[in-house]
Ligand binder design. Structure first.
Ligand code: SIN
Ligand code: MN
Length: 266
């Protein structure tokens, strides 16, 4: 899947693009079932909220076939390759749960701030492209973005290890207020299968989820191969060190997998 000149221009200006319903209900259904199975496992890669509800599952592309296929899917890999003009490897892979009733906040932050400080990534030549696994609504803790904030480079941040179970380099309230005065806040919402691509320096966060509606989103963090991390401090399954370029799968690979999986279950 290639982006149009108009979409690329919007990305440069706003720091994100939202592509509604890129994956079909059949493709997403299998991912939802597999994600729930992963959350029920006791793998070290599954991090939990203080309540015990799942928060995030790392590296599912390395131990789950459906998520392996998604991690090499041309609808996700090609637009990012097109933007950076080179091949990519997987820097990080997360299935964020934002569980019904118990999903907690992600404070305001820039992802590149963490990749630079914790992983030794030289430049912001990496970005997230995410897929909604559940419907993302205004009420179930959608990801909030500050448009145009990516133009401010890497901002000063403090390392928050207390607020949630996930350590994060978070921004001061004054910084966020200043950026919001300029760019406002958007919270893209939509059906499962929708895709959101955003710049590594775009400021984002999300509120807790107190509704009965879970809000699962998969985040692929794709890094340009030339921009591989130089000083990893986090475990390999959080900040990967396999820098081999991703080889894409055929466009119908996830559908094929969903169908064969269903037949096997019948
Ligand atoms: C993130 O910023 O990495 C995740 C935020 C979310 O899933 O709400
Ligand atoms: Mn983030």
């Amino acid at each position: 899947m290639k982006l149009t000149a108009e979409q690329l221009a919007k990305f440069e200006e706003e720091g994100y693009i939202f592509l509604p319903e890129c994956f079909s209900p059949e493709e997403v259904e299998v991912l939802r079932t597999e994600a729930e199975g992963i959350y029920h496992s006791d793998r070290k890669e599954v991090w939990r909220e203080k309540s015990g509800a799942p928060r995030t599952a790392f590296a599912a592309h390395t131990y789950n076939e459906a998520f392996r296929i998604l991690g090499a899917h041309p609808r996700l890999i090609e637009p990012v390759e097109q933007f950076f003009g080179e091949q990519l490897y997987m820097h990080q892979y997360k299935i964020n749960a934002k569980a019904a009733f118990d999903g907690e906040v992600w404070q305001w932050h820039q992802d590149y701030g963490t990749w630079a400080r914790d992983d030794g990534m030289p430049d912001p030549r990496a970005m997230n492209i995410s897929v909604f696994i559940d419907e993302v609504m205004p009420i179930n803790g959608p990801l909030m973005l500050i448009p145009r904030s990516h133009k401010h480079g890497t901002l000063a941040a403090g390392h928050d290890k207390q607020t949630t179970s996930y350590p994060l380099w978070t921004l001061e309230h004054d910084t966020v207020s200043r950026l919001v005065d300029e760019g406002g806040i958007v919270a893209p919402t939509g059906k499962p299968g929708s895709v959101l691509m955003f710049h590594g320096n775009l400021v984002h966060g999300s509120a807790g989820n107190i509704t009965p509606y879970p809000r699962k989103i998969v985040y692929l963090t794709l890094n340009s191969v030339s921009n591989y991390i130089r000083k990893p401090t986090r475990p390999e399954w959080i900040a990967h060190q396999d820098f081999a370029p991703i080889q894409t799968v055929p466009d119908d690979a996830l559908l094929d997998y969903a169908r064969s999986h269903r037949l096997a279950a019948e």
